[in-house]
Design a protein around this ligand. Structure first.
Ligand code: SF4
Length: 730
């Protein structure tokens, strides 16, 4: 019997050597000795899945139909995630840089070298000269531990996380408008909405399982509105598509609000009784007639009016958004203006009525709640608030003056390394070389570090610049909790131990703290003890988990925060009492004066470049670029462009072209599609080096959230073998 479907080398490249195929015995079916009910390790939907485990190895998966969010369904990434644990690239020992690259090392040497470097750098340059970068794919426990480690063990103010590249515009706007940073509704409200407005979310590729919730709304008679420069898969099934010019969302919302106010499609009672600041909105939208809005946004005036009519007259509605409106220098303004749309109608805090931010990373919500942000302490507290500082100092048993102040954000940390102000870095599950704009500058910064240590499960492109690499843990190799995009905290059981000499991440952090002389603050024997401390620390804070424990999370398919005491069952839907999280209980409107992108198109760079994801890859690709079937689905970046643009420039489908911005140049094949604006091209960002879209993007930041402008910059396209042709946007 012939077993070889693909050759061995190809198989091992794809899956690792030890799943269901060996050269000796061919394909075989293994019986699991246990099934572990857990969750997907990728996006913020956190679909339930059962991992098949045999002899402490993950050998497959089965659906978990009972978990209410996905009821057994998974997207391509979720289906293939089980293949990563046995991958041959999995780090199993600490690595130390040597002349020929890296060599395996004992933990003792890796630890000692790191602690010596931290102490040396801090004694010569000060505590803030050593920085920490965390991640939003990690558990709540690790997010809490990262913040505590930076403040108490490293004593540095410079800690931030890769959510700074992701959800921070929404986080800032949510707090400014509602006083709380959480989606207002459970996903189960989506099918009950008469109108679902999706703004800047490529839902079907980035959060595929949520698509069904939206389609259920449509099956129930609801209407779907999609706002995006690209006709993404979900837009192809919607009722009204508004192909907004990149960087002009807030102008478009002003245009919609202009019509709603003119026509009286507003809830005056709600505005009067439950909000502040609507007059400023009236003022800021006054001049945004449909004609002016069409001119700025490129959306036909008739469709702006249609959107206002649909949204304005609905009885129930949900507005969902993602990075498409947030990855801008006016990202906070964009989110605030979409919230204005929700508040104007008063449709929030009821079944089928509300608002949500769809989180891109697995713990995009929880990762931003527990103190690993540069301006935040546990429980969502503000590091600049004296009361909050005292509460956490008391809880940790230190004096308030010992807590560092607000530090630099993620991109600012990279800039400070480039400037020589930060000399040392410890990073965990963060791949800034691929994920931060203007990657040439990131590379130059990494090369300037006196010392760089990483904790990771695979050697990332950033890790290749490290002096020490600690072999950490994949999601299935540790226990913990994450909080999904709907605000539901869920438990992840430990499925298998880390392989070889790899260790769970939190134990690495705790040992470093011990060696830095701060072990008394990090005396944890299991993840549950960290969660118990995290919950207690959050008590009385803006983000209150104090009524949660692992058992409760298991029993109820998770718990929505706030959950302020042990008898509380959580809060799936916020604002049901029409009370917002400000002293006067009222939500706040913010009038938005539209600002364009930091870099406008001109004669030299006449085309908008926007970036994003594809369904088969996840963020910087450090995990998904190692899973063969996902690679095969979309093996390298392509540059999407409209046939009109391609015709004007004489570009053929699949022809390799040069994309040029003020930051860099990239060679990439053209993909000619009708689903994008003719003045815009799109490149996905999951690849490193010469395939990295972030060679091109603009590192300019939103002034409030400090998120970079991934979603718009100016570029030109050049045929490689012809003279470059200049293009003027229509
Ligand atoms: Fe995983 Fe998100 Fe796909 Fe669900 S939708 S399987 S959580 S990547």
């Amino acid at each position: 019997m012939a077993h070889l479907v693909i050759n061995e080398e190809d198989y091992i490249r794809r899956y690792g050597p030890s799943l269901n195929y060996t050269p000796e015995s061919g394909w075989k079916t293994e019986q699991a000795d246990r099934l572990v009910k857990t969750h997907c390790c990728f996006c913020g939907v956190q679909c339930g899945i059962q991992l098949k485990v045999k002899n402490d190895r993950i050998i497959g998966f089965e659906p978990w139909e009972e978990f209410p969010v996905n009821q057994g369904k998974l997207c391509p990434k979720g289906i293939k995630r089980y293949l990563q644990n046995e991958h041959p690239d999995r780090l199993k020992n600490p690595l130390i840089r040597c002349e020929s690259g890296f060599r395996s090392a004992e933990w003792e040497e890796a630890m000692e070298r790191t602690v010596t470097a931290i102490q040396s750098i801090q004694s010569r340059y000060g505590k803030d000269a050593f920085a920490f970068l965390g991640g939003a794919s990690m558990t709540n426990e690790k997010a809490y531990l990262n913040g505590k480690f930076a403040r108490l063990a490293l004593e540095t103010s410079n800690i931030d996380y890769n959510g700074r590249l992701c959800m921070v515009s929404a986080g800032a706007a949510n707090k400014m408008a509602f006083g709380i940073d959480r989606s207002a509704n459970p996903w189960s409200d989506i099918p009950k909405a008469e109108v679902v407005l999706l703004a800047g979310t490529n839902l079907s590729e980035c959060f595929p399982v949520l698509t069904e919730h939206v389609w259920k709304a449509r099956d129930n008679g609801g209407k779907i509105i999609v706002i995006d420069p690209r006709m993404t898969p979900i837009a192809r099934t919607c009722d009204l598509f508004l192909p907004v010019r990149p960087g002009t969302d807030s102008a478009l919302v002003n245009g919609i609000l202009h019509i709603m106010i003119l026509e009286g499609w507003v809830d005056e009672d709600f505005i009067r009784n439950h909000t502040n600041g609507f007059d400023r909105v009236r003022e800021s939208v006054h001049s945004w007639t449909p004609a002016r809005t069409q001119q700025v946004t490129g959306v036909p005036a008739a469709n702006i009016v249609k959107a206002a009519e649909l949204w304005g007259n609905a009885r129930t509605s949900i507005l969902l958004h993602a990075r498409g409106i947030e990855h801008h220098t006016n990202g906070v303004d964009n989110v605030l203006n979409y919230i204005n749309l929700v508040l104007t109608t008063g449709r929030i805090g009821r079944e089928g009525c509300g608002y949500g931010t769809i989180t891109g990373q697995g713990n995009g919500q929880g990762g931003r709640e527990h103190g690993q942000r540069c301006n935040q302490l546990p429980g969502g507290r503000d590091i600049n608030d004296a009361k909050h500082r005292n509460e956490i100092a008391d809880f940790w048993g230190v004096s308030e003056s010992e807590l560092p102040g607000e530090g630099l954000t993620a991109c600012e940390i990279i800039d400070a390394i480039e400037d020589g102000k930060i000399k040392g870095l410890l990073s965990i599950s963060f791949n800034p070389l691929v994920s931060i704009p203007d990657s040439r500058r990131t590379k130059a910064a990494l090369e300037k570090l006196e010392f760089f240590a990483c904790i990771d499960f695979f050697l990332s492109e950033t890790g290749r610049h490290a002096d020490v690499i600690f072999a950490g843990s994949l999601q299935a190799e540790d226990e913990g909790t994450v909080t999904t995009g709907e605000g539901r905290c869920i438990h992840l059981p430990n499925s298998i131990p880390p392989p070889g000499n790899a260790r769970v991440d939190w134990k690495i952090i705790c040992e470093l703290a011990e060696r830095l002389g701060k072990g008394q603050f990090f005396d944890f024997r299991k993840s549950e003890e960290i969660f118990t401390e995290l919950c207690a620390a959050s008590k009385g804070g803006p983000i209150d988990y104090s009524g949660m424990n692992y058992q409760k999370l298991e029993e109820d398919f998770g718990i929505f925060w706030p959950c302020p005491n042990s008898n509380h069952s959580g809060t799936p839907r916020l604002f049901e009492d029409r009370c917002f999280f400000f002293p006067d209980g009222k939500a706040r409107f913010h009038g938005i004066d539209h600002r364009g992108p930091a870099e406008e198109v001109d004669a030299d760079y006449p085309i908008y470049l926007t970036t994003g994801r594809v369904v088969s890859q996840y963020l910087s690709g450090n995990q998904t670029r190692r899973i063969g079937d996902l690679v095969d689905q979309y093996p390298k970046p392509l540059c999407e462009m409209h046939p009109k643009l391609a015709d004007r420039l004489g570009i053929l489908d699949a022809e390799e072209i040069r994309v040029v911005t003020r930051r860099g140049t990239m060679l990439v094949p053209a993909q000619i599609v009708r689903t994008i604006r003719p003045d815009t091209v799109f490149i996905p960002y999951h690849w490193p080096g010469k395939q990295s879209a972030n060679q091109l993007t603009n590192r300019v930041l939103d002034p409030i959230s400090k998120i970079p402008e991934f979603k718009v910059c100016a570029c030109r396209l050049e045929k490689i073998h012809d003279e470059p042709k200049k293009e003027v946007p229509s």
